[in-house]
Design a protein around this ligand. Sequence first.
Ligand SMILES: [Zn+2]
Length: 248
Amino acid sequence: MLVYAPVLGAILGSFSTMLVYRLHHDETGVWLGRSRCPQCRQQLGWKNLIPIFSWLFQGGKCAFCRKEIPVIYPVIEIAFATVFFLFVQKFSSTELLWMLPIVFLLLVLFFYDLWFMEVDDRIAWPAIGIAGLAIWWRDVPYAEHLIAGGLGFLFYAAQFYGSKGRWVGAGDMRFGLLLGLLFGWQTLLVLLVSYVVGTIVGLGLVFTKDYGPKSQLPMGAFLMPVAIIFLYLGNGPWNWYLDYLGFA
Ligand SMILES: [Zn+2]
C-alpha cells in the first residue's frame, strides 16, 4: 500500500487539476470527460497524462501547441503524492477510509481557492458531509464536534453578514463548519495558526508587491493546509496548547 500511495496521490492530483478547471469554467463532463490542453483544447492521450513526468519530458509545454503548461500542474501532483504518502505511512486502513477522501477534498479546496479565489459548493459540501459522518466512525465526542461545527459556521457568518461580505467570503462559512466538525475544540488552534501564517504571508506581500489592504487573501489557502497538518499530527498540538495555558 505504501508503495502505491504516492502514485495514487499523483494520479488524484492530476485528476484534481482537471476537476478544478472544469468546475470553475462550468464545463460538462466534469467527472468523466477526456482531458484536454487548457490552451489549445486538444484531447490528450495517455502519454501526455502521466503525472509529473509528462510535464518534465515535454519541457513544461503542451505536446501539441507547445504553449507553456503552468508549473502549478506538476506542483499540485507532487503535493498530492507527498500528502498521500505521509498519511498512508502513519495511519491504519480503518482511519484512512475517512481520512484519504477528506484529505483529497481539502487539497482540492486549497488549490481551488489559491487558483481562482473561490470555494466551490460541489467540493465543500461533500467534504462537510464526510467530516460530519466521520465523527461517529472516529469515536470522538460527537456533541463537541457538532457544536464546534455550528460555532465555526457562526464565526464566519457573523463576519460575512456584519461586513456585508467585505471581510470574508460566503465560502468561508463552509470552511468554519467543516473545520469545526473535523477538529472539535481544537478548531481554535487551527484558526489561530492559520491567521498567524496568513498575517505573515499577507505582510510579506504588502512589502514585496502592490498588495493593498483592500486586496483579499483567499482564506482557504491558509486554512486547508493547516487543517491537513493538524489532521496528520492528531491531538498532540492541542494537548500541548492546553498544557501551555495551564488547563491540563
Ligand atoms: Zn495545447
